[in-house]
Design a protein around this ligand. Structure first.
Ligand code: HEM
Length: 111
């Protein structure tokens, strides 16, 4: 699989999840998960799509450095946005905070 294809698959999945969550929040009129919705969309959909466009634009289809960058970007986004969702839906349960912190660092280091 090409690096850009991986990015676009993750981006499209996050778009479906993030916007689905947005629609659910609107219907339920419950905005508890709003920050998680925002980060699934921004770190998952928007940023992964930008990574994909970048790698496709420079013609990089494989290579360890590229895979490390997009793989850890995707993992960091999942940990951060997922951890935030668990933290919020469990009523600010602090057990989930380390998940968010690790996801943040992991994600930001790969920017
Ligand atoms: C079907 C598409 C979408 C729907 C139905 C939707 C719905 C919502 C809703 C209901 C809220 C909460 C508003 C409130 O608290 O009053 C929200 C917040 C937000 N959304 Fe979306 N959204 C969609 C797509 C997106 C996308 C594509 C992005 C970013 C790329 C995005 C970023 C945000 C941000 C940054 C917030 C504010 C979060 C916060 O205040 O904590 N949304 N959205």
């Amino acid at each position: 699989m090409r690096i850009s294809d991986f990015c676009f698959i993750i981006a499209a999945t996050c778009a479906l999840l993030g916007m689905g969550l947005g629609i659910f929040m609107g219907i339920a009129q419950d905005f508890t998960l709003s920050p998680s919705h925002a980060h699934v969309n921004l770190l998952g959909w928007v940023t992964m799509a930008l990574y994909g466009l970048y790698h496709r634009g420079i013609g990089r289809v494989s290579g360890l450095a590229g895979w490390l960058q997009v793989g850890s970007g995707a993992l960091g986004a999942a940990l951060m946005a997922g951890g935030l969702g668990l933290y919020l839906s469990a009523g600010h349960d602090e057990r989930f905070v380390p998940l968010v912190i690790v996801g943040c660092f992991w994600r930001c280091l790969r920017c």
